[in-house]
Design a binder for this molecule. Sequence first.
Ligand code: 3MF
Ligand code: MG
Length: 346
Amino acid sequence: MMPADYTFSFGPWNIHEGADPFGPAIRPTLEFADKVKQFKGLGFDAIMLHDDDAVPDIDSKSAAQVEQEAGALKAMLEGEGLVTELAAPRLWEDPRGADGGFTANDPAVRQWAIDRSKRCADVCRALGTDILVLWLAREGTYIREAKDAVAAHGRLVEAVNAILEHDPDIRIAIEPKPNEPMDHAYLPTIGHALALASQTANPSRVGALIETAHSLLAGLDPSDDMAFALSFGKLWSVHLNDQNGLKYDQDKSFGAANLRVAFNQVKVLEEANFADTGAMVAFDVKAMRTQPAELATKHLSNSKAMFMHLLEKVRTWDRDVELQCREAGDYEALELAVMEHLMGVQ
Ligand code: 3MF
Ligand code: MG
């Protein structure tokens, strides 16, 4: 049987102006519609969206307006040959969400976050995807005394339950990240995310999205994190990228910092038949700030190219060597075989 094909996606935020915390935008802003036009040429068939990428100023619009605008966007995307992989409520950019949404101390803010997430579920439905991603950006603290942490976990479960109840078809994929923007996030790892999922009203509709850099920032191996979620049937998307050590979230091109770690991510996805589950492979990558505007999409095509190269490496990897080395307990030989395979040494 031929191995299944992967479907690749990225988000409009992955084509950006190069601003960082120490300097402003350095490349001109591309309109959303112009970004959308780039996807196919870069080799992508799907798009990820924030709720307000899909419906600008979403907070000021009625449910009917949100549905109508998201419906119009679906038609526009179809015209470009694109499907929507997922949508995510962008709670962290609103001033109300400065100290988090679902776990804010102010009940009015918590209610706003839940209402906004319900609108995001409506956006998902109108766009034809059943996956709503929760990257819980500010659901955590700068100082431990700022919030009641035990209550905060209960509030996260309540928020997830409210979204599940609002839309009986929606599936929620939690994207864990240990820190940044907060000092500590409440759901720092895949283990935390899936433990919380098990406490919700419908655990079968709560899973996860694993981002390479987020696992690395937690000091964990992304392929093992993926394997953990895969073993429970809970890996509903991945954000492949790379990260050079423990520092700010770099979102480097896939494979750029550590080829072997990247190889193992592709290997675990391929061996678990990830593409057959209907899930897609997304790249959450940033162009270097130094990149000129006309060359500021290469991080996307390069990431896909690296995935395809590594997929070839996975598919040509001699599994017998792996099994024999395991049998012999000779992991030194196994390690050399992996490295030589990656280097193309015959
Ligand atoms: C932050 C992220 C986010 C999420 C995105 C989708 C901006 O580290 O990875 O990217 O992936 O918001 O929920
Ligand atoms: Mg991400």
